[in-house]
Ligand binder design. Structure first.
Ligand code: TEU
Length: 570
């Protein structure tokens, strides 16, 4: 339809600036580094770049703790550098989406500095201040207003000596939560957002946006066995998808986006959102968001103790989850599609095989994701089939969530160091944060200095330079997937129907638009599999495969080699 927004046909590339490209040899990626690599993005063919935060920040959580929303951190460059990057991308037809982190600020943001300065400061109410639990002495162990555990271990309440009260921080204690109940807070955020749009950016990725409306009590359930939470209660259900979420987003929409909605890509990060929530958040008639990042499929390989307790994926559950979201947002709303971001382990190490069949499994996984209906996101390095870090010592890790988890687990003392290290190797966010592997040189072309986190030694064989020269590489396969979405309306709009829901090894589905039909079949195992798709493929035309000699199957009975994926028109 003529009113269909452009981003329903787009592919987004996420840049985590700290690990993308360093230009000045200090070992940390920066904006002038991005300028050196814009042609990589243009060659890949992506339509949008989303930048993880480059704002002024003490870097307690790598920039997700912001002390000035309207400036660039000197670590990454200047506002003028950012303008140059935006211009260079725009010149290549690539739009720019900025990360918007407004559930919390840094504790060094002037708003919070004022807020904590005295109990009667005009900005006191911009954050969540609470007295100690009734009958308890403020500052004593267990006197926090509620028993909640933070996403980054420890309590969600920090005691402030100066005023004898506690402030809420769902993430680190250097990330105090903003109080969205206060209209001045909302106005300040909307003003800042308009300032960015006026500078010429094309949208926002909204960090944990479904946490902005929340209750501040009661106690959470004690999660037995959930070691990442430790002795604390679960704040999740109480602080997520709060009562005023939709009201706030609609207010934001009218205050900031009215008149330019169609031009902007607005994606909300929403841990814990259900399909029902997803529909409300993304139905265009409701004036909230364009799409959201759901987390359901990212939790399927989590054991009882969470992300540091990884179990094998049951493919049937993945297929069921993905197809429920496909169906749920078919008529109203829109899906985003992702396997990776800066918070998740690498997909080839997670659902694929990062050894013998790395190329095959990475291209298979890309094929499955990109053939769904929705807007695909490619996280830097995913297009190269980069793998988990496989660090062998605790000293290699940098991520605050990982480090604080280890510290807390050690005080509980229920896991050995070997078990803890295994947990990080499987689940740490640092798996996705090692520098992008550009070439085979000592620091992978990322920096001339010492990188802030170690480069994966496998960059000698896995790198962009080598893959550009190899038509069968993961890079060229991702190029083909992106081009396919641009060229084929059926990839963009076609209805999704899952085939063989009970098959434990093969992921198969159709996409249908009018009398056009694509059939996709993919093998999630390192051995051949034969299945009956129940669709006669006689005379079918191969659209895309991930083996050099891929061919269209001749009948409904399809044999797929290890990690093989085929897309046919039938
Ligand atoms: O992440 C929010 C989130 O819920 C998780 O993905 C989280 O990172 C955590 O690891 C759960 O185990 C967003 C950002 O993407 C993340 O990088 C930030 O640390 C976080 O918000 C706080 O801003």
């Amino acid at each position: 339809p003529a009113t269909t927004p452009w981003w329903t046909g787009a592919v987004v590339y996420q840049i985590y600036p700290r690990s993308f490209q360093d230009s000045d040899g200090n070992g940390i990626g920066d904006l002038r580094g991005v300028l050196q690599r814009v042609d990589h993005l243009a060659e890949l063919g992506v339509d949008v770049v989303w930048f993880s935060p480059v704002y002024r920040s003490p870097q307690d959580d790598n920039g997700y703790d912001i002390s000035d929303y309207q400036d660039v951190d000197p670590l990454f460059g200047t506002l003028a550098d950012l303008d140059e990057v935006v211009q260079a991308l725009h010149e290549r037809g690539i739009k720019v989406v900025m990360d918007l982190v407004v559930n919390h600020t840094s504790d060094e943001h002037p708003w919070f500095v004022e807020s904590r300065s005295s109990a009667d400061n005009p900005k006191r109410d911009w954050y969540w201040w609470r007295p100690a639990r009734a009958g308890m002495q403020a500052g004593e162990p267990g006197a926090e207003p509620t028993n909640w555990g933070s996403f980054f271990s420890g309590p969600t309440w920090a005691f402030d000596e100066a005023t004898g009260e506690y402030y809420l921080h769902l993430f680190s204690r250097k990330q105090p939560d903003l109080n969205w109940e206060n209209p001045e807070v909302r106005k300040a955020v909307y003003d800042m957002m308009r300032w960015w749009l006026d500078r010429g950016i094309d949208g926002f990725r909204m960090d944990v946006i479904n946490l902005i409306s929340k209750r501040t009590g009661p106690d959470g359930e004690l999660a037995d066995g959930l070691v990442s939470v430790g002795p604390y209660g679960d704040a999740g259900p109480i602080t997520t998808n709060g009562p005023r979420l939709h009201e706030f987003l609609q207010e934001m929409h009218h205050a900031v986006f009215d008149g330019r909605d169609g031009e902007l890509l607005l994606v909300g990060e929403t841990p814990g959102a259900t399909i029902e929530e997803g529909k409300l958040l993304t139905d265009p008639a409701r004036d909230e968001l364009g799409m959201i990042f759901t987390f359901e499929h990212m939790g399927l390989d989590h054991g009882p103790a969470g992300r540091f307790d990884i179990k094998p994926l049951d493919l049937r559950e993945l297929k069921a989850t993905m197809s429920r979201w496909q169906a749920g947002l078919q008529d109203a709303g829109w899906n985003s599609l992702y396997w990776e971001n800066h918070d998740q382990p690498r997909i080839v190490s997670r659902f694929g095989d990062d050894g013998e069949f790395r190329r095959e499994s990475a291209t298979m996984l890309g094929t499955v994701l990109h053939l769904h209906r929705g807007t695909p996101y490619v996280y830097q390095g995913e297009e190269l089939g980069m793998t988990n870090a496989h660090f062998t010592s605790f000293e290699s890790y940098r991520d605050i969530e990982s480090l604080r988890y280890v510290a807390q687990a050690r005080t509980i003392g229920h896991l050995s160091d070997d078990q803890l290290l295994k947990g990080l190797q499987d689940g740490s966010r640092d798996n996705a944060r090692t520098p992008v592997q550009w070439d085979a040189s000592p620091q992978a072309g990322f920096t001339t200095g010492t990188p802030w986190i170690a480069v994966n030694p496998n960059h000698r064989s896995i790198n962009a330079e080598a893959q550009r020269a190899d038509p069968e590489s993961v890079f060229h396969h991702y190029r083909r997937l992106i081009a396919l979405r641009h060229d084929e309306a059926v990839v963009r709009f076609g209805d999704f129907t899952l085939l063989l829901p009970e098959d434990p090894d093969v992921y198969a589905f159709t996409r249908t638009l009018g009398d056009e039909r694509l059939v996709v079949a993919a093998n999630f195992r390192g051995e051949s599999r034969t299945v009956d798709l129940g669709i006669d493929l006689h005379g079918a035309e191969l659209v895309l495969g991930n083996y050099a000699d891929s061919a269209a199957p001749e009948s409904a009975i399809v044999t797929l080699r290890p990690w093989e994926a085929v897309v046919v028109r039938a």
